[in-house]
Design a protein around this ligand. Structure first.
Ligand code: UDP
Length: 279
């Protein structure tokens, strides 16, 4: 598996076919695997939160989510065409695998309404799938712990994939979702894959409108999000302005700014031309 590291966080670079095969392989294992989906905000948070960084790096699979990571990989590592797979796309693929393998899909997080809507979505997408929904209630960001009775209930569920949707949070609550996912990996032996999926239930349940395909194809989901949820400005600023600036500053310090610029220019050209060809 090709992997790179940005800000000390491992990112695995897999094509869609490779990711599909790897998820099937993890599903067939007899022990739980942690799957994380880092985006630029994760990497910024990991810089000042070593515990969060360690959880991310303890994952079996670290799937890059966010177009900015592609350009950061080109600038920082000289890696071209880093494949990114948004959690909201990976989860439906996992649901279909669960149905085909007879594995239960556990949806954990969000509100009862969103859980019910997301369950309906998957029941239609993967007819015959077994789904268990869990509303974990309030989880303290200071010392995130999943209630003991929820862990016990999860242990009674058969072989399962657990999708943890606790958002990515901001400030001190960053890393809460991955910390809970890691607890499930450690305490629920029946789990096969435990994956943090952020706000994926919101999008799949239809509670939050996903960006139109053109925005997604070119990596402009953030612009769409800004338009429909302007209060996210600060977080989008961190992902789209602060993150690239820190990456650029790092290359200046390393004396590789010129090469990074050439790499990013070539990446930008490939990114937009390949997508324009497919329109
Ligand atoms: N969420 C949750 N518990 C939490 C924080 C978030 O269940 O402690 C859920 C929330 O209900 C929503 C999803 O996680 O369905 C994403 O939340 P939000 O948009 O706040 O996430 P973020 O913007 O941090 O990714």
């Amino acid at each position: 598996m090709r992997s790179i590291s940005i800000f000390g966080v491992r990112l695995d670079d897999l094509t869609s076919d490779e990711l599909h095969a790897r998820l099937l392989e993890l599903l067939d294992r007899s022990e739980p695997s942690l799957v994380v989906t880092p985006n630029p905000e994760f990497l910024l948070a990991a810089q000042s939160n070593p515990a969060f960084r360690d959880v991310l790096n303890s994952s079996t699979l670290s799937i890059p989510d966010g177009v900015a990571l592609r350009f950061a990989a080109a600038a920082n590592n000289g890696t071209h065409n880093l494949h990114r797979h948004p959690g909201v796309d990976v989860l439906p693929e996992l649901a279909i695998m669960c149905r085909n393998r007879g594995v239960i899909l556990v949806l954990l997080g969000a509100t009862n309404f969103i859980l019910a809507q997301t369950k309906m979505h998957f029941a239609t997408l993967a007819e015959g799938i077994s789904i268990v929904t869990v509303n974990p209630g309030f989880i303290n960001a200071e010392s995130p712990q999943l209630a003991q009775h929820i862990i016990e209930d999860l242990c009674l569920v058969g072989p399962c994939v657990v999708a943890v949707a606790l958002g990515q949070g901001s400030g001190r609550s960053q890393g809460k979702q991955e910390s809970i996912a890691a607890q499930i990996v450690a305490k629920v032996p029946n789990a096969r894959i435990v994956i943090g999926v952020g706000g994926a239930f919101d999008a799949l349940s239809g509670s939050v409108r996903r960006a139109p395909l053109a925005f997604r194809r070119f990596g402009f989901e953030w612009a769409w999000r800004l338009a429909i949820e302007p209060w996210r400005f600060q977080r989008i600023f961190r992902a789209t302005i602060l993150f690239p600036s820190i990456v650029a500053y790092g290359t200046i310090q390393a004396g590789t700014f010129g090469r990074a610029l050439v790499n990013v220019a070539s990446e930008l050209r490939n990114h937009f031309f390949s997508r324009l060809k497919n329109v």
